[in-house]
Design a protein around this ligand. Structure first.
Ligand SMILES: *Cc1c(COP(=O)(O)O)cnc(C)c1O
Length: 491
């Protein structure tokens, strides 16, 4: 018999659960207050130096009371976030999040599930979402799906599966070699930059990208695409990958996916769709027809954290040929061995379909979002953002001091202020910064046909007509103030 020793208490659980619970309830109340009252807050404000300095201390070796750490969060972090939960955040294509998604994150955190694999219901929750997406996008039964951080990663995973399709699974051992050096891919000039990065990271190299110009609706020019493919074939190269975009990040343009799919089939190219934010438009009956052809994609990358309003992060990839997807990633390590029974059952595992082994429970917040709100409510909020974008476009067209710079095909409005000053690019940059600093709204800028544009991406389910009007008023007021300043300075 060994001698009993005093068990040293190194556990990180609270010594006093009632007091922990009371802190926990306070934290939940505070963040609910934040969401309930978000309209009354500025969208964004810059963090003062003292606040930044408070986060330069060294690693804390001694404990701090949970309530004090929470106070630091409330005072020094929460007020200085980007503000994408706010209805007047329109700067970039960021989702607004939901209170339900927030609670699901808390449950996932408490369970601390690791979704790499094994026999556990959390993996089945992820599989259920995969099934839902397969059905929603009209993919076949043997299509595979996987949660990843975001569309940047989903695009990368897709390029790797396409690489396997072109070179065979031996590319994993042998690398690209000569056959790989001949592969060429086709991206529209309006494609997201992360697709270029996916080519870099996959070893295919960005030199293998052919940038295809866009038409006047910012869609990939299909004749130019076919000409580029023909040119490359003539040069002895091997065209293998074309990416369409469902909702470009600058203007919300949707490529002609059906036509792209047909070209890809005829030319035996892998057809990828970057549907980062636009793909979920399929939930909105008025938008779904614009996405026709998405069901023909070999791979589809999109985010639940943008139009789907699931809290960050929740990217997703759907691959038509699940076998090929698995052949791209699955590996036989001893510690990943599968069994028919026990915890190592239920193969294949999510880790067989992507680069991550340890993975969080992103599926839970997505499952809660669809279950509690219903897919139709998400679809209605998506439709509404497009309606609001059209309202803003109408407001701009009725206002002589404002000018629309791109057609509004979805939920993104690009426009500019036209006043008496000739340096319009500079003026519009200044206006955007001033509006952001006012806390009234947060637009961003982009370049449209060589002109600096003010860009309003309406993604948030909380945004209303009054918020659109507030943005227009703020832009006009800041433009006016800039002109008055210069005229004052000149006199
Ligand atoms: C946002 C976006 C991406 C990148 O997605 P992340 O989730 O930020 O990684 C890619 N493509 C398009 C069209 C996007 O809008």
């Amino acid at each position: 018999m060994s001698h009993p020793v005093a068990d040293p208490d190194t556990s990180l659980d609270p010594p006093d659960w009632p007091s922990f619970r009371s802190d926990a309830h306070r934290m939940l109340d505070d963040i609910c207050d934040y969401l309930e009252q978000i309209r009354e807050r500025p969208v964004w404000k810059p963090a003062p130096r003292a606040v930044r300095d408070a986060f330069r201390d060294g690693l804390p070796h001694q404990p701090t009371a949970l309530a004090d750490a929470h106070r630091a969060f409330m005072e020094r972090v929460l007020p200085y976030a980007v503000g994408n939960a706010h209805p007047r955040f329109m700067g970039w294509v960021h989702g607004g999040g939901t209170p339900v998604g927030m609670l699901a994150e808390m449950l996932a955190g408490g369970l601390n599930a690791n979704l790499g694999g094994r026999s556990q219901m959390p993996v089945h929750v992820e599989r259920q979402v995969v099934d839902w997406m397969r059905e929603l996008f009209g993919f076949p039964r043997d299509a595979s799906g996987l949660f990843v951080t975001g569309t940047s990663m989903a695009n990368f995973v897709s390029v790797l599966v396409a690489r396997t399709a072109a070179l065979g699974p031996s590319v994993r051992r042998q690398g690209l070699g000569w056959p790989g050096a001949a592969l060429t891919s086709y991206l529209s000039a309006a494609a997201h930059g992360c697709l270029t990065r996916a080519m870099e990271m996959s070893g295919l190299g960005s030199d293998a990208i052919r940038v295809i110009p866009t038409n006047d609706r910012q869609q990939m020019d299909l004749l130019a695409l076919q000409a580029a493919i023909a040119r490359d074939r003539q040069a002895g190269l091997h065209p293998f990958f074309v990416a369409g975009t469902a909702g470009t990040v600058d203007t919300g343009a949707i490529d002609d996916l059906a036509a792209l799919g047909a070209i890809a089939r005829r030319e035996r190219l892998w057809f990828h769709v970057d549907g980062a934010y636009g793909a979920l438009g399929i939930l909105a009956p008025d938008l779904a027809p614009k996405l026709a052809g998405i069901e023909t994609a070999d791979s589809l990358a999109f985010d639940f954290h943008k139009w789907g309003q699931v809290p960050y992060d929740a990217g997703f990839v759907l691959v038509r040929d699940g076998r090929l997807h698995q052949d791209t990633f699955a590996s036989a390590a001893a510690y990943l061995q599968r069994t028919d029974r026990g915890l190592a059952g239920d193969s294949p595992w999510p880790c067989d379909f992507g680069p991550d082994l340890s993975r969080g429970f992103r599926a839970l917040k997505t499952w809660f979002t669809f279950t509690v709100y219903g897919a139709d409510a998400i679809g209605r909020s998506i439709s509404r953002t497009c309606e609001l974008a059209r309202e803003l476009a109408t407001r701009i067209e009725a206002e002589p001091r404002l000018e629309l710079l791109a057609p509004v095909s979805l939920n993104i409005v690009c426009f500019r202020y036209r006043g008496r000053r000739p340096d319009l690019d500079h003026v519009n940059s200044e206006i955007v910064q001033a509006v952001q600093e006012s806390g009234i709204a947060a637009p961003s800028t982009t370049i449209i046909n060589g002109h600096r544009a003010i860009r309003a991406a309406i993604v948030n389910h909380r945004t209303r007509s009054a918020d659109i009007e507030a943005l227009a008023e703020a832009v006009l007021a800041c433009g006016q103030a800039l002109e008055t300043d210069t005229l004052d300075a000149a006199s």
